[in-house]
Design a binder for this molecule. Sequence first.
Ligand code: ADP
Ligand code: ZN
Length: 524
Amino acid sequence: MKKLSVLKDYFGFTSFRVGQEELVDNILSGRDTLGIMPTGAGKSLCFQLPALMFDGITLVVSPLISLMKDQVGSLTQAGISAAYINSSLNHSQYIKALQNAKDDKYKIIYVAPERLTTEEFVDFAQNAKISLVTIDEAHCVSQWGQDFRPSYLIIPQFIDRLADRPVLAAFTATATPQVREDIIDKLNLKEPYVLTTGFDRENLFFSVQKPKNKFVALKEYIERNKIKSGIVYCSTRKTVDEVCRNLIKSGFAAVPYHAGLSEKDRRENQDSFIYDKSNIMVATNAFGMGIDKSNISYIIHYNMPKNIESYYQEAGRAGRDGSPAECLLFYGGQDVVINQLLIDNSNGNEDLDKETIEAIKEKDRELLKIMTFYCHTNDCLREYILNYFGEEASNYCGNCSNCNTNFEEEDVTIEAQKIMSCIKRVGQRFGIRMIVDILRGSKNQRIINNSLHKISTYGVMSYVSESRIRDVINFLVLQGYLEITNSEYPVVQLTQKAGEVLFSDCRISMKVQKHYKDEGKPTK
Ligand code: ADP
Ligand code: ZN
């Protein structure tokens, strides 16, 4: 059968979406392939279609046990014989599934990576004709990705044990160059065809806000968007419960979702949201995987997520139908602290050695920093995200809160010099708060105890507001003049680049919002 008729007969589509045909063609030609496409772009079709055209069986390695059932269900409905093999099967179901597989009853078999090492499975695989092995969520093989699964590392060993090497096709929505390299390396892809489709979602408006009172800001937004459907993501179950309760009290139709609720409640709340009975879903990041609701008009992050990948994935659930949608991030300094604690206290859920856990934590801190910069930048937010994913982008999108704000370039050289000298004078030993306090001439006990009120930069910015000094510091971090290093607690330090400013006549200018420019200065 020709691929277009397979596309039509089995999947009901008349044409391919961007990237799909190239991936399908390369897989069919027998070449290893890596497809990097955002969520919702249509990755499944890229391996399901070749699976139908190959002689042998296609194995799909996937970590998402909960989604396997759905996928297999829709394949079966489309008249494609498929099955899944994972820990949700009991022993007799497992043996039966394997027997059916041996009897050649399935064209596509979804399998959890842990199964690849069991004797029964290897025995089946060695005696079967396996044409294609697809590795879904392939970033799980990389320590640099956000959900590293050590069990993914055994995939190449499994492949080596097969009688004939099948075609390997890996897919992911994670596009950082580092992860991409790692996937090719760790999965042992042979001269793969690599395709990345654009990550830009033009219909999404991005905005970072720093509300004094997050709940008030949330309420105002929802009030203005009453009839629309949206998700409010919070970082903890407690916040979900609190925000949801308060929204209901204010008369809105909100439902909560997090791992602490019973399965029944979760399902009910999810259905209520999907079928438009409640138009607001308040949830932790446990909500959303595999949810296909196309008319979500806004995603509000009540707390800053732990990295850009999570953020973009969650925000990307808005506007799936292509109509304009908004992605708002409510940022507060506390969000950084909470995320730092979460990283410090995490121990990895699988049996990893100490060194690996430390390396992962270090990477997580780095990713958190990049997320935090997103909240501080005054440049185009879309450009920032796309650059993060290794894509070139224009520095003006016209559809984000920064592009839509009237900024003015302001010379902050003098302020920068004061801040930097202060950091230098105190021996680069303190965090941002302490530096701000010294510059503003605070009389707090720690300053007095450390005799910091005697240094020359003490009080040199006493007329400047705290938030302004913090903004300049954050800007200097963003520009690479300062860095935050973590020992026992975060400390601000000078970088080499700072020397250029301290000891030369180079100027630094920062984008400042117009009305905000004079805040904190003495009135004339
Ligand atoms: P991903 O795995 O990339 O997140 P899916 O494979 O789940 O995305 O596909 C997302 C949606 O797009 C599904 O509803 C699927 O039916 C639809 N889809 C995929 N390919 C096509 C196509 N060529 N034409 C129309 N719809 C498609
Ligand atoms: Zn922009």
